[in-house]
Design a protein around this ligand. Sequence first.
Ligand code: LRH
Ligand code: MN
Length: 424
Amino acid sequence: MKIHNQDIESHNAPRITKHQRAFQYIRSEVPEVEAVIERLQQFQIAIPSWALGTGGTRFGRFSGKGEPGTLEQKIEDVGLLHALNQSSGAISLHIPWDNVDDATKVKELANSLGLSFDAVNSNTFQDQEAQELSYKFGSLHHVDPAVRKQAVQHNIDVINRGIELGSKSLTVWLADGSSFPGQLNFREAFQNTLSSLQEIYAHLPEDWKLFVEYKAFEPFFYSMTIGDWGQSLLLANKLGPKAYTLVDLGHHLPNANIEQIVSLLLMEGKLGGFHFNDSKYSDDDLTAGSIKPYQLFLIFNELIDGLDHLGWDHATGLGWMIDASHNMKDPLVDLLQSVEAIQIAYAQALLVNRSALKQAQAKNDVVGAQEILQDAFRTDVRPIVAEARLRSGAALQPVRMFNDLEIRKRLIEERGENTVATGL
Ligand code: LRH
Ligand code: MN
């Protein structure tokens, strides 16, 4: 199914007056509102192809209906999200969960929906049907060079697929680790991983990036070979200028100060991108901004400080991606909410009075600094985010429109009740 401009106009028409009243007020309060709107319109967040169906937990999976059963249907679903918010203009594929048989056809479909291909993701954390050697004891860190060779070749195949699709980056997340003391020689595991990544790095086109995603635990529960930002940064520094660290918000130990990690990775020019989500306990993959919205704001506050310090463009300087899994909500509604929460955190952080903050920090004016940050965080920027959507030809209320148009019901009519999306 497709959403047409007419659908958007009929959704917006009865809401314009109320929106303009709210927007007029915030415009009178925020002199830099036009610059904020411009930034929001340019800011595109990539949608993970593996989060368009209903995920499961180890205890059960309560499947949804009308899920995308093919890559084409996944791209159509991201097209629906992008039509509703004009902020989801890219899809991040995961191979082999997404089998790209005809890259040209797939690319044409995506382009026809205004979509591009963000980072491609390799998968050496599951054994595939025809796979010769198992990844039970890891992949790039494996003690057996033949297993490492197989995993390196898979990553090279994923890069080649990405090149055909116009992607410009590869994300490597390794489940590699150990569950018991003594199981692994940490130094050799790290060195095997480094030499394997060096072979993959050598295959990257000149204008590509390699994102090294770290994770504190799961599926292993004693050590992860790329377990934190330090280990990922060590690898990225040893690999070369095309290698960066990727921060998945759910991959930290409880109470980690992620905004400080972001600040230091940017200081080093080694922050490559994000997997946005939220969590209460561990890698919960919940809706962005649904549990810790202040942390998301503080992360964007450090992002803006760091990107401006480097002179990097906000929209294109980093890989902005969501990584979530849906057990409770409609996957598309959950993703619309995540994009909204990310846009709101970005808009609030753009309102931080940075020169005043610098002065307060220079005077150790702790109260003043907190007041400056919380003033921005406590500003209701939703009319600004809605205005940016309106000017981009999107819906004033994407979630409301999704429900009013009964999009899930229509997808079930089109696809039937039993289609299952590959992925988490
Ligand atoms: C690992 C992870 C990684 C993906 C996977 C789907 O937890 O965050 O980014 O490969 O989820
Ligand atoms: Mn992730």
